[in-house]
Write a protein that binds this ligand. Structure first.
Ligand code: ADP
Ligand code: MG
Length: 397
């Protein structure tokens, strides 16, 4: 077992224990904030001088992810390193991993960068996913089983928030859809009739100890997460147990170390299909900051530093609303500040803004978590917040 990097300790070089994160987005920012609360120093590597995490970390290494000097600086500062987005080049993690504990490791991150590799890993873990075919050559187009249609064509790499996806209703439309995605390697997935979407967040340490958060129920708008609710409304306990067991199996099958989120589709007959996974905390787990005694970011700090894992406890039902840049524009398209005063007058409203200077439509600017003693009360207050902000009504369970 690796030695823990204890909070507030100093290394052999006399420096305060410092944890590093590859990537400076909002996930990195919330990791940094959790690490700082425990007394760690923090360092972020991100080329953007105004990155949300770089703005709040003790050290910001402004460099590209493959920049050798930048990586050397990060290693020099940090006793251990984690990642905040899955597209960190595996080569950078291999370089860092040769000198420092890096979790999750390069292999797991590389796997999560590729949809087909992810699906193969789900299969190895005995977890079903939607029927699919790899589309990488012209010959693949002709081989596709007609039973896959209607389908969704997704780029194998670099897709997020519904980007890099095209609906393909018939076999005849496939070639054109692939051309629209520049004929990069893709997977063609059967379009499933979804009864619900849920996700499970697991934290696992190097000794194989695992803890999980309660299952979340998620609703998307335009391919972007819009609402998360816990406890997962309308999801039977037996189904939740199966999803949790599946997520654990996936983490164990990769000998994963870190925080992992597995997203699932729930079908009308109650069966589960794994959709995708993220080798890091996840947008659907942001509620854990305010509704659990230990958040997904606290657990990322613990897995990164080699500290003991403790099972998180949901102390309050919660509903999370994503705050996209759209809210920063009025009906006439003029920029505005959303009505935070009125929103913060609501009981149990917790506002998190990520410090991004320029709002853009579809850009994740922050999130609002509403906690309450009862799930219905959290939903009612969240509905009021949504109305104040000009968001669509909350989705029904
Ligand atoms: P991203 O990486 O952009 O999150 P996903 O594969 O998770 O991509 O797709 C985004 C959303 O699109 C999903 O959360 C779901 O709502 C919908 N979706 C994706 N694949 C399917 C599918 N095979 N059947 C039905 N809906 C799907
Ligand atoms: Mg997704």
């Amino acid at each position: 077992m690796r030695r823990a990097i204890l909070p507030g300790s100093t290394g052999a070089d006399g420096r305060p224990a410092t944890l590093g994160v590859m990537g400076g987005g909002q996930l990195g920012r919330m990791f940094v904030q959790a690490a700082q609360a425990m007394g760690y120093f923090t360092a972020v590597l991100d080329p953007d001088p105004t990155s949300p995490a770089g703005l709040v970390a003790h050290y910001h290494v402004e460099a590209g992810y493959l920049d050798e000097q930048g990586l050397a600086q990060l290693m020099q500062r940090c006793a251990a390193i984690t990642v905040e987005f899955e597209n960190v080049p595996a080569a950078a993690l291999l370089t860092l991993g040769a000198h420092r504990p890096v979790s999750p490791g390069a292999d797991a991150v590389a796997l999560c960068q590729h949809r087909a590799a992810e699906k193969a890993q789900f299969a190895r873990a005995g977890v079903p996913c939607a029927p699919y075919a790899r589309i990488e050559t012209d010959a693949d187009l002709d081989r596709v089983d007609a039973a896959l249609f209607p389908a969704i064509l997704k780029t194998s790499t670099l897709g997020y928030d519904g980007k890099g996806q095209v609906a393909v209703d018939t076999p005849a439309a496939l070639a054109e859809a692939w051309a629209a995605l520049a004929r990069v390697p893709c997977v063609l997935e059967k379009k499933l009739a979804l009864a619900a979407e849920v996700s499970v967040i697991v934290a696992r340490d190097a000794g194989g100890a695992e803890v999980v958060f309660p299952l979340q129920r998620n609703w998307h708008r335009d391919g972007i997460l819009a609402v998360t609710e816990v406890p997962a409304r309308g999801v039977a306990p037996a189904l939740a147990e199966r999803a949790v067991a599946a997520a654990r199996a996936v983490a164990a099958s990769m000998d994963y170390v870190g925080v992992l989120c597995v997203e699932f589709f729930v079908l009308a007959d109650g069966t589960l299909a794994a959709n995708e996974m993220a080798p890091r905390p996840h947008n659907s787990g942001h509620y854990t900051i305010d509704a659990c005694d230990v958040s997904q970011f606290d657990l990322q700090v613990r897995t990164t530093a080699g500290l003991p894992l403790v099972a998180p406890r949901l102390h309050s039902p919660a509903l999370m609303l994503n705050l996209l840049g759209d809210l920063w524009f009025d009906a006439a398209g003029a920029e505005r500040t959303p009505p935070w005063g009125a929103v913060l007058a609501l009981p149990g409203a917790h506002l998190h803004l990520y410090g991004k200077a320029s709002p853009r439509r579809g850009r994740k600017m922050g999130h609002l978590t509403v906690t309450a003693a009862e799930a219905d009360a959290a939903r009612e207050v969240a509905a009021q917040a949504a109305a104040l902000l000009g968001l669509p009504p909350l989705p029904d369970a």
